[in-house]
Each structure stands twice: as C-alpha cells, then as structure tokens.
Design a protein around this ligand. Structure first.
Ligand code: SAM
Length: 250
C-alpha cells in the first residue's frame, strides 16, 4: 500500500531522473519497499541491486519479492563500500532512511559514489525528527508516540537531523548537488499513514531501551486511538519533515 511518504520517494526518483534501463543500487534496502518502487521504474532492461548489512532484512525483502513476479532485483549483503561485478558502472544509487544511521555520512556517501559511473546520480530520502512546536492543536497521544520514536533513535545514536545535513554530506563527498527539498508528512483526520505498523516494527527496540512498556504502547489499538484524537480535534498534525536530496557524480 502506498502512502504520502512513498509518494515523496517516487517524486524524488522522478526528479532525480531515475527511469527505464537504469542500473540502480538501493543502499539499506531493509524489507525492500524502495527496491520494489525501483523495479518497475527501471524495467526489464534495467536492474536493481538491493544492498543491506542485515541478513534478516534481506530475507524479509526476498520473501516480499518472492510474492511478486519481479525478476530484476539482486539482493546483496553489504554496506556502503559493497563491491560486486557491476560496481563502478551503475547509473544511480539511492537510499531511504539510512544515512541517519551512519556515524560519518560523508564517508558513507563517498564510498557509495564509487559504485556509480561518472555522470551518475545519488539520491537520499531522510526523515528529520525536528521538534515541531507549532502544531496548531495539541494532540497528546501523537506527541507521545513521536517522542518514543525520537528517544529510540537518540538511544541508538542515530542522527536526528540528517535532513538538515544532507546538502553538506553530498557536497563534502565531492558531488554536484542538484536539489535538496523538504516536505511535511502531515496526518489529517482521514490519513492512512501506518503509524501503528511502524511502532509494531520497532516494538522490540522500544522495549529494549526501556522507552515504554507494551501496555503503555497498546499497539493493537494505537491506530484507532490516534485517528480518534485527530478526528475529535478535526486536526492536521505535522508528524515529521521528509528531506530528499540528489546529486551528480562529476
Ligand atoms: C530504517 S531502515 C530503511 C529501510 C528502507 N530503505 C526503507 O525505507 O523502507 C534502515 C535500513 O538500513 C540498513 N543499514 C543501516 N546502516 C547500513 C549500512 N551501513 N550498510 C548497509 N545497510 C545499512 C539497516 O539494516 C536497515 O535495513
């Protein structure tokens, strides 16, 4: 199911010029959502190299792809410095929510740049957990859930403000930045952004860091409670900022 954040990724891929016939690396592919967007985009003449350091994530992605008729994705266990036979000749490399986990984003981008040809493009979609103080309506449950996620990322040493640092990281890696832009992911009373599914997927991490108990989270009823809070206040809630940036290799 597509949501407003997936639409932002698609727009970034459009604007970065990723299209038919291209060979593209998806770094930090996780369960494969971006790889599955890239697959029809590059078509049968193109190819997707989906890279992740986590064998468990790659297995999830493989299972997802297995349920489809997709045949143009190759999964590779590796990091930003991954190499494989097509390394150095790819047309593009993309990543979503992955630079924020790198202790040195410039180094990571520099390593990734070696995988693509001269003139190729690198594009990242990163979320920024900026504290938004100006929401027009106070929604306590929304504030609470956001603070759990923020605290989890902080405990894990993630860069909560990667979005603001995207331009600097791409430039310092020697790339010619074409654009960095930010869009807000807003939750309207009728939005279907899957907050509870996100919380469910990170539940073990929230529990492990002692951020909240299962009872406090109440994941089974979370989406309903969030939606009622927005409906009762007829509120549009600014959930997060999404930064997308793309750059070209000289
Ligand atoms: C938040 S998930 C995002 C998954 C996917 N890109 C998406 O947007 O649906 C981050 C993923 O990046 C992977 N990752 C983090 N650091 C990495 C690295 N240095 N090399 C390869 N993968 C990495 C993690 O294993 C995880 O699967």
């Amino acid at each position: 199911m597509s949501n407003n954040v997936d639409e932002m990724t698609e727009r970034m891929l459009d604007d970065a010029g990723i299209g038919p016939g291209m060979r593209v690396l998806d770094i930090g592919c996780g369960p494969g959502a971006v790889s599955l967007m890239l697959s029809p985009r590059v078509g049968n003449q193109g190819h997707v190299f989906a890279v992740d350091r986590s064998p468990e994530m790659l297995e999830l992605a493989r299972e997802k792809v297995h349920e489809t008729s997709v045949s143009n994705i190759t999964f590779i266990e590796g990091e930003f410095d991954v190499t494989f036979p097509e390394h150095g000749t790819l047309d593009a490399a993309v990543g979503r929510r992955v630079l924020m986990y790198q202790s040195d984003a410039t180094r990571a981008v520099t390593q990734l740049t070696r995988a693509i040809r001269s003139g190729g493009v690198i594009a990242f979609h990163e979320h920024d957990m900026i504290v938004i103080k100006d929401n027009r309506t106070s929604l306590p449950l929304h504030d609470q859930v956001r603070s759990w996620l923020r605290e989890m990322l902080r405990c894990e040493g993630a860069n909560l403000h990667m979005g603001f640092e995207l331009h600097a990281a791409l430039s310092a890696a020697g790339l010619a930045v074409e654009r960095v832009r930010a869009e807000a992911n807003v939750l309207t009373p009728t939005a279907d952004y899957p907050v509870a599914a996100i919380i469910r997927s990170v539940l073990p991490r929230l529990l492990q860091h002692g951020i909240a108990t299962e009872a406090e989270i109440g994941v089974e009823t979370l989406d309903n409670r969030l939606a009622s809070e927005r409906r009762e206040m007829a509120a549009t809630y600014l959930w997060e900022m999404v930064f997308c940036g793309w750059a070209r290799k000289h």
